[in-house]
Write a protein that binds this ligand. Structure first.
Ligand code: PHE
Length: 349
């Protein structure tokens, strides 16, 4: 078997749809990983990938992780994800045309896949897609009557996970004067940094773009991307690209736990053992970062009130605590503990 065949076999999902957008020479991949708990739902990610295989691999991993997220949160949706690999030269006009055709494709799928934002997709982009598939696109701009941004809700969930981790480690969930190291200050990272500053935490952060001056004026300390792994703090919080925890930088970490929003943070499955060896507690990303997808889908598809969404987000910390307890009790990794809960919920249905 070649690499892609192996990945497809290991993925164990329901359907992988691919479509070529000829006018822009883009590859659209939609992974329907599981519809056991409900219709497959997940963000759409748009970026340039080196190869079609890289785009497909990302789609497989991200869609599977959505299944895990919804199952852990006990939310009635299945896992799916779309990845659109675009040429680096894509112009705004070309992007618009591509999103219109992608919206038409979603409409033809008639609810096989529901989507929201992910990297490279703005609320305005979701409006464009939503013109053609209004029932299947979440998180359009406020003017369209939808939530506009899932980053704030995701950040609230990460905060809940950080608090329960600190409580698990130190007995109290007060984040005052605790140093939190945040990698990435995009939609989730910047919202989280604001929440942490409000809790009077010390925040050290990085981003590949120019830092947001407001965050610095409010007290967060900016370091260059290369320096972030070396910073000392109780929590290291990845909020940017996935696959960032590898043999080299796990050795560099100066933290007691990794709790962050980025999807698929471990570069390879064995990274969890290395974290354990280094005495670093790992909160599985798919348990931490469900806040946005759950709150937005709940409010837009299940008529949840804002209060209901906030109450569900606040439960993320409880789930994290349960995972730590099961892992300790059964002497298994936190990832395996979380996956056991997922499997139980998927087979019970
Ligand atoms: N980007 C979100 C995630 O990875 C996906 C999402 C957001 C899905 C909002 C639906 C609604 O969890």
């Amino acid at each position: 078997m070649n690499d892609l065949q192996e990945k497809l076999a290991a993925w164990n999902g329901e359907q992988l749809l691919t479509s070529i957008d000829h006018p822009t020479n883009s590859l659209i991949c939609i992974g329907i990983h599981s519809s056991v708990l409900g219709p497959a739902t997940g963000g759409t990610r748009m970026q340039t990938y080196a190869t079609p295989e890289a785009a497909i691999s990302d789609c497989l991993a991200l869609s599977k992780s959505m299944t895990h997220k919804f199952a852990l949160a006990n939310f009635p949706r299945g896992g799916g994800k779309a990845v659109i690999s675009v040429p680096a030269s894509l112009t705004p006009t070309e992007k618009r045309g591509l999103l219109e055709r992608y919206g038409q494709l979603l409409s033809r799928l008639k609810g096989l896949f529901y989507t929201g934002p992910d990297m490279g997709i703005t609320p305005e982009d979701l409006n464009t897609m939503g013109q053609y598939a209004p029932d299947y696109v979440f998180c359009r701009t406020n003017a369209s009557g939808q939530a506009n941004n899932s980053g704030d809700a995701t950040a609230l969930g990460v905060l809940s996970a950080i608090k329960s981790t600190v409580k698990y480690l130190e007995g109290v969930d007060d984040l005052k004067d605790k140093t939190i190291v945040v990698q990435g200050a995009g939609s989730v990272g910047s919202a989280l940094i604001k929440l942490l500053l409000h809790e009077k935490s010390k925040v050290i952060f990085t981003d590949i773009h120019e830092p947001n001056e407001r965050l610095i004026n409010d007290g967060a300390v900016f370091v260059s991307p290369a320096k972030i792994y070396h910073q000392e703090g109780i929590i290291f919080c990845p909020c940017a690209q996935g696959g960032i925890l590898n043999e080299t930088n796990i050795q560099q970490l100066h933290c007691k736990a990794v709790v962050g929003a980025a999807n698929n943070q471990l570069s390879h499955p064995e990274a969890i053992q290395q974290l354990q060896t280094n005495n670093i507690l790992y909160a599985p990303d798919f348990a931490v970062n469900i806040g946005g997808a759950m709150a937005i889908t709940g409010m837009e598809a299940l008529q949840w009130s804002q209060e209901k969404a906030s109450a569900e987000i606040a439960k993320i910390g409880d789930t994290i605590e349960m995972i730590y307890i099961i892992a300790t009790h059964k002497k298994i990794s936190t990832v395996d503990a979380a996956l056991q809960i997922v499997e139980e919920r998927l087979t019970k249905k």
